[in-house]
Design a protein around this ligand. Sequence first.
Ligand code: ADP
Length: 436
Amino acid sequence: DKSKLDVIWTVHVEVRLSTKSRRRVDIIQGLVRDFITQNYDPITLPSILNGWEGDPTLASSVERIAISESPCPLKLLRLKEVSLEIHAYQPHETDAVEEYANGTPGRGGEENVLAASVCELPCKAWEGLWDGLIYADNIKLKLLDYIHATFVLSDADVDFNLVTWNRVVLLHGPPGTGKTSLCRALAQKLSIRLSHRYSQSRLLEINSHSLFSRWFSESGKLVQRLFSNIMEMVEDEDCFVVVLIDEVESLTAARAGAMAGTEPSDGLRVVNALLTQLDKLRYQKNVLVMSTSNLAKAIDSAFVDRADIIQYVDLPPREAIYEILRSSLCEFIKKGILQETTVPTLDRALYIESSNRNHSSASGTILPYSPENLASTLLALADKCRELPQAQQLSGRALRRLPVLALARYIGIGVSTSSTTSNLNNSRFQTNIRLW
Ligand code: ADP
């Protein structure tokens, strides 16, 4: 209908510049816009663009151009239906990490408490992290939309007494479901998306265990010092700061320790210090606090109360398992460990499945190789993972390990074929294993 035709979708284009690129960002953005307009109508969401290497300026400055995923239900959009937002970014080298120790020599020779580490964003290490995380229910886009909403509110100068938000997100769920990775990936994504507003972005990861579970009397001071560092960073309005508090349930441990222990006031003081500092941060536009927990029930209620979004991150569903296994296989193929093979995308696999539904295949038999059979086998494997009893269900971390165990099982029995396509240098592993 008419109303649908009038919708203009924002499409984010991420342009990764090479480390040596010295070109002005606005020039690159203009060239990318021209390139898309001339070559990509309609545009596919999400996709990686090719062919820009023909332009000498782009060829010498750009490494990758990607169209991001979008909440738009259509996967193919005409350019007249989209507003392109082009973000050009130059990732920092990975080792640009600063660490904050407590600064005082450990008692009786004990080591310093490492309270936090800071990393400049976007950084090379976390390129690809976002795309590799797969969830049900569009969790990733939901989080991005939430941040976007808080920016709209801040920009409009909405009265804090009438509408309140804290820019605090809490992700909870079973261990190994990618919560910490999602926080890092989101920080990286934001640093790219917000580069037109903030010339710098940083991720500060607070090491909750060392902050809360050790000497309480010192922890109070440590929290103060840490937050005064954060405040200093945040005062620079050109810098966007993401604060990650991992395993936030250790806060509660501090409070519980305070109730039961010999130094009751110290533990409470630490928790209160942290909450007070968090409250101060909410008035800053350029900060986002992300926290994770494996035990939502154990989190301090005062902290939970401050979170705008409390998102449960579950074990991967069937579709996510398929994608995790597929991306691992693709990496094996890319690095020459497995023979060149087409591993169908999830959409393709589901299509193959639905068209095969009427053709019953003999279960338990090994099917001859074809991309279709590979898709069916991987889907069947994903089903098997989901059918495991609750306590044995595989987390994303366990699934990422599965291909290693599978490889280990076959590597010794010489399923080797020609090693000419192998690009591995280590001769012990110069086995180009056939997938079939
Ligand atoms: P958590 O913080 O929930 O314990 P992590 O962020 O440490 O989990 O994740 C561990 C590893 O498991 C990550 O390196 C990631 O590659 C993988 N992983 C976990 N969940 C997923 C998922 N949903 N999709 C893809 N990879 C995942």
